[in-house]
Write a protein that binds this ligand. Sequence first.
Ligand SMILES: [Zn+2]
Length: 438
Amino acid sequence: MNGFEIIKKVAEESREELVACRRDFHKHAETGWYEMRTSSIIARKLTDMGYEVLTGEDVCDRDARMGVPSEEELEKGYQRAIEQGADPEFVQRTRGGMTGVIGILRCGEGPTVAYRFDIDALGVFESAEEDHRPTAEGFASVNYGSMHACGHDGHATIGLGVAKALMAVKDQLHGTVKLIFQPAEEGVRGAKSIVEKGHLDGVDYFIGSHLTRKPEGDPADFAPGSYGSLATTKYDVIFHGLAAHAGGAPEKGKNAMLAAATAVLNLYAIPRHNDGATRINVGRLIAGSGRNVICDEAKLEIEVRGATTKLNDYVSEYAERILKSAAAMHDCTVEMHLMGASESQTSDEDFCMQIHKVCTEKLGLVPVAAPLIRKNGGSEDIAYMMNRVQEQGGKASFMRLMTTMSAPGHNRRYDFDEAVLKQGVKAFAGMALYLLSK
Ligand SMILES: [Zn+2]
């Protein structure tokens, strides 16, 4: 049997195992930097399959992680992971939010192929309604307030399926495969720390993917690439003022709320840019302690975006000037904390065409109707990985795996058709076989 046939067979035969794995991750959803149970299970499975496995400090650069929760909260997450059946050996390496796993398969001389599978859940309260399948079938999240509402439970599962399929064709591979299980994609917080650790250096071919909604009855399995995700930067902004009696001595206060409000209005007044799209959003404003007190602290959660990294920098620098000026107007001070960031990305067109050819001709997958290379909405920190690979002359693509969904991503009733899992396994494993069997 040729390698592609073996991969197809393994993927088809793994169907139930893939579904069980996805449902286990779904039930024990962990948000960014809390993926301790998830990481420990991935590390255990990869180790048992015979992969060289990197965990803990070896995956993410500790200081390049963004938007990391407090030590105290992470410790609660660690205890929860243990209670929920984390692998006792590997979970220790994740303590303090050092999540993420890399599985490496070395098959002698040849190119390096790297894949990214993100593994984190979202801060969403999953629907408890009986017509929501995860609830009806008993795999809804037991971690209330954390939910796989973006399909990363599927991504992580596909990664493990790929690991198994590649082991079955190992003797036909010439080169190295790296399977990167990335933490904290939501909020674009994790990818950069993996890039900073050097894991994308020397990679010749790189692919990531995201489950993407298709209409009911559409036969498409995949889009070979995408372009145009927005560069972005996320900040927590804190204005510090001075509290005073609002009736007795208002002139002695420094009003942090006023500084914050001035900032909010002016952030939305940043001029558009002739070179392309920009965005700004203030998603949250928390200020003050009581009716008769001059507010001494105000917090904003903001994000900026741009069609290119340069456009994002334009909005980001403008925003910083406004925040500082608004603070100065009211004699307050301001701190900006970086909570997440990503660049823009574009898949290599010639590489996308290779993916298209292999997936259709060798694996029998159905491509989307034109355009084959889809425009991304939103932002994705896979861009850091793609850009690092492309800067060094490698090829990269951010694919789409098409599936029907019960609700849009980030919705509390989100669920997807699990048939996509085996199709994703075929696409990734098949591409590695194609790239490494020459
Ligand atoms: Zn996602």
